[in-house]
Design a protein around this ligand. Sequence first.
Ligand code: PMP
Length: 429
Amino acid sequence: MNNISVSKALFSKAQESIPGGVNSPVRAFKSVGGTPIFMQKAKGAYLYDVDGNQYIDYIASWGPMILGHAYGPVVKAIQEYAAYSTSYGAPTELEIKMAELIKSMAPNVDLIRMVSSGTEACMSAIRVARGYTSRNKIIKFEGCYHGHADSFLVKAGSGVATFNIQSVPGVTAGVSADTLTCAYNDLEAVQQLAASHKGEIAAIIVEPVAGNMGCILPAPGFLEGLRSICDQEGILLIFDEVMTGFRLAPGGAQELLKVDADLVTYGKVIGAGMPVGAFGGKKEIMQVVAPLGSVYQAGTLSGNPIAMIAGYTLLSELKSNPGIYKELEEKTLYLKKGLDEVLAAWGQPYVINQLGSMISIHFSEQAITDFASAGAANNARFAKYFHAMLNRGIYLPPSAFESWFLNNALTKEDLDKTIQATGECMAEL
Ligand code: PMP
């Protein structure tokens, strides 16, 4: 058992001044129980807590740290640019370089606007879709999470699912009424909704690979089917690539899965751990955004120079060395194979879903293809697994409703330790 006395003391102090002691709910370990670990520093694949414990990290700050923590070139660039000023509130050349770099990597992006979070990116993309189509409703999928803007908190994944929040006080019935939901991977349900709300739906927003109910893959034909429904009905297809963007491939899920979106949203990797998001798409659509058009969207810190240089440095590295994606996938497949072996030997039901460097385990007899199947899994068992792993120095997401993210600093030894620890935990459970 790790000594986490300093974390315990900090958590109790934090609760006196921060709601629940955390600035984002999943960090509170509420669904898995126990005390959240307070971090002091991280390097490469390892986190170090305030009690001096070391952990192999499978969260990567929920995605951004794709090349590991405190990645040398990113740290150096931040230090250099911080000395010039941390913000100007006026344009910089860096923003053009960032936009051009993103356009050179991501398909279907003619114009891109930088924001400061994935939430802002998705919220703005929806506004653009509504402005462009002059329609009000959107379709989202149960268990997908697109940030905490009002329209997305209907049957959302991630923390909303973790805490089993059915309806969010503070979100008006009027807003919720404009959000239609379907089960992930249920194309027929989308077809029916599109038919019964003909001419009313502005956009379908989807995580092309879902990561907020664990990792769930799109069934063959699902994304293609959404594309054709959108084409038929004049609906915009929005890929929320906040998790998948620059993670699954340089051009994200659009590139890997070969399906085009009309609008795409980014976050996480795009900012290398700084608060960054972006939304972009075809010129014809994006030109409704102010000041070109009248769909208003703005941000005091949007395109912040420190955030831009951090993201630019990381994306440049990913672009110039696309072999990174192969390495990441090989590591993830190695992990998957090892986990499969120890879990099969354990003999109880489990499911591992994986694509690229996203992977998750559900303790379930049935395939995990949507929110209902993810919710029906033995998530109490996941909580025990999580703690047994944490005690062995392995930091998994503290919820079965989250994908794990591999970073490229992970070594074969780290993966072997993780596999071995899983075997030991299963014997313990
Ligand atoms: N979209 C997806 C797919 C996400 O996973 C998240 C966050 N986990 C968001 C949007 C919201 O991003 P942020 O937390 O940066 O607001």
